[in-house]
Write a protein of this length. Structure first.
Length: 351
């Protein structure tokens, strides 16, 4: 098949991590013998990245492709571009924000909280976004063959509640999670003899859905344990840093994370809200004991992993339950890119 992938942004030499989960897929399609081109709405020039041709909008003709794949479709570009497309086979990938209301997200930390006017404007936009996307998808079904891909069953349910019930006569749908980086599949957790600390957390600090406040509160309950937190943000300018918490003000790339994990006994990765939690899944596949919260998506994604626990960190027995966790003895390949790319290709054929 000849595939055209639509994205709001895409990796380049200057910006190597932009929507990298889409690039992983494109490499997988290419590996399986399919021709893949990318339309990057954020680029004003054509370029190539690791063997994938990336086009600006002006240089792309949708009519020469067997399938069009739209990742996280937005009104500004995806909907506008696809308005002119007819008699095509289109797969839409829903990753989260494009079909969610901002009011559904956890309350931001105080220093990140928008004004009442901004919250009101966001609410109006979200309502309009969902209404437009609903009616637009219905119209596109009349002139195109449509398939919907969700990264979790939770994401599918959110789509149905916010956009509308999926009607099988109009489109087909499936649940296929994002794949993890190959470095987590090809390698396994080998704990260092001398640990840097007991727990490691790798998170954007200022996004409340990633629960750095919960990690700090948990650390305060157990002053005899050591906690390391990696990530950028202003969190510790506003919240007191416990003595047993060390903060590293930097990002860690995906290929560096496995070596970092080996220096710790547990990965502490709580969340209040997520469509999948790819980094959590990567750590689970790698084999380190992973501790997260009882959020629906965490329980869905980590089902079948004996090295993971979804807990209430405030529960009195939380530390005892964590200490019962062991590293994985058998590699769980639930998020292996080769397997998931195969599922996606099969779904494209079915549209």
């Amino acid at each position: 098949m000849k595939l055209l992938v639509l994205v709001q942004d895409y990796p380049s030499d200057e910006n190597p991590y932009a929507m990298s989960y889409v690039h992983t897929r494109c490499l997988g399609y290419q590996k399986r013998g399919h021709e893949v081109d990318v339309l990057n709405f954020s680029s004003e020039r054509d370029y190539a990245h690791q063997g994938i041709n990336v086009f600006a909008e002006a240089g792309c003709d949708w009519r020469i492709y067997d399938r069009i794949i739209s990742h996280a479709p937005n009104l500004k570009n995806h909907v506008r571009y696809l308005n002119k497309v007819t008699n095509a086979k289109i797969a839409f990938f829903f990753h989260g924000h494009e079909v969610l209301r901002r009011s559904e997200y956890p309350t931001p930390y105080k220093w990140n909280r928008p004004s009442a006017l901004k919250r009101f404007s966001a609410s109006l936009y979200d309502s309009a976004k969902l209404i437009v996307l609903h009616s637009w998808l219905r119209r596109k079904c009349k002139s195109n063959d449509i398939g919907l891909v969700f990264v979790s069953e939770w994401m599918r349910q959110k789509f149905e509640s916010n956009i509308g019930k999926i009607a099988g006569e109009e489109w087909i749908s499936t649940v296929i999670p994002n794949a993890v980086h190959d470095s987590f599949v090809d390698n396994s957790y080998v704990p260092s003899r001398v640990k840097s600390a007991d727990f490691v957390t790798i998170r954007p600090l200022d996004d409340s859905k990633y629960c750095v406040d919960m990690v700090v509160r948990f650390a305060e309950r157990f002053p005899g344990k050591k906690f390391h937190i990696f990530g950028r943000g202003q969190f510790f300018l506003h919240i007191r840093q416990p003595k047993n918490v060390v903060w590293f003000d930097r990002y860690i790339t995906q290929d560096q994370i496995p070596r970092v994990l080996n220096q710790y006994s547990y990965a502490l990765m709580p969340t209040r809200f997520d469509a999948q939690g790819v980094m959590m899944c990567e750590m689970a596949v790698y084999g380190i004991p992973v501790v997260t919260t009882k959020f629906t998506v965490c329980q869905e994604m980590l089902a079948g992993f004996d090295n993971c626990a979804c807990l209430d960190l405030d529960a009195p027995d939380s530390m005892q339950r964590i200490q019962c966790l062991q590293s994985a003895t058998v590699k769980n390949r639930k998020f292996d890119s080769d397997m998931l790319v195969k599922k996606e290709i099969e779904f494209f054929h079915a549209i």
